[in-house]
Unconditional design. Sequence first.
Length: 305
Amino acid sequence: MKKLLTALSILLATSVFAQQDPLFSQYMFNKLAVNPGYAGSRELLTADILYRNQWVNIDGAPKTISASIHTPLNNPKLALGFNLTNDAIGPMSYTNAMATFAYRIIFPKGKISFGLQAGIKNNGIVWNKINSHDQEDPFLIYKVNKKIIPDANFGIYYYTAKFYAGISSHQLLQNQSMVVEDTLGNTQFTKLLTHFYGMTGIAIPMGDNVVFRPSIMAKFVKNAPPQLDLNASFLFANTLWLGASYRTEKAVSLITEINIAQNLRLGYSYDIWLNELKSFNKGSHEIRLSYDFNINKRMLTPRYF
């Protein structure tokens, strides 16, 4: 019963507080999912895939998979990218596919990139994930109209070899994403709300084999409390990242990434929740794999972002 009540609380909280974007603990390694201006900033064709299993041991808790690819073009001022994400919360499924175009202004020591994402979103209910003890439950005969809707995101991202800062916004069009109609013809709908992000980070060498990298990400959306992620990570021998984050939702994340090869990276994070959910779940796991394709380009090392 506790698991059921907790799962219902998750769904209600998602609706009431309007946190409609998926959560990533490894945002510092997965910035294209947050800021379109990040496209092409590694100066190579880069592919990422990330899987997140949130609130383990709670039925219906969020599970997210995100895949992206981005690259600069032969014209150094231009970059392209593509991002595909599926976020499942109980029987609810949220899928979006977004293409990215970025225009970059080049300075002697850095670049500022203006990124625009445009694409489609498809939100709905996976009915075979609903187990009902009452086949005459009115909810089961409600008509749910899934909608494939257009959407757009925008971001500005400035970066050098050892510093970055960016602002971005998601769901600019604020379209209706789902319409529910009851047996009397009454309708209710969900609406996408614009999310705002700010992020910054810096790499500080502390000797020949250690680099300290603090970073911050802030998130704001209407009807939800502002969220702040504070991270501190260390890079050892240009091979192993170790760090931790504190999230103002009362969660701590332990994060590691290993450079398996010059162009291959594997990351993992484990979230420990300190709020009321701590008694009902066994934390959250997030695993990420990233690969740089060195196609006729000079691979620069070390890379901190």
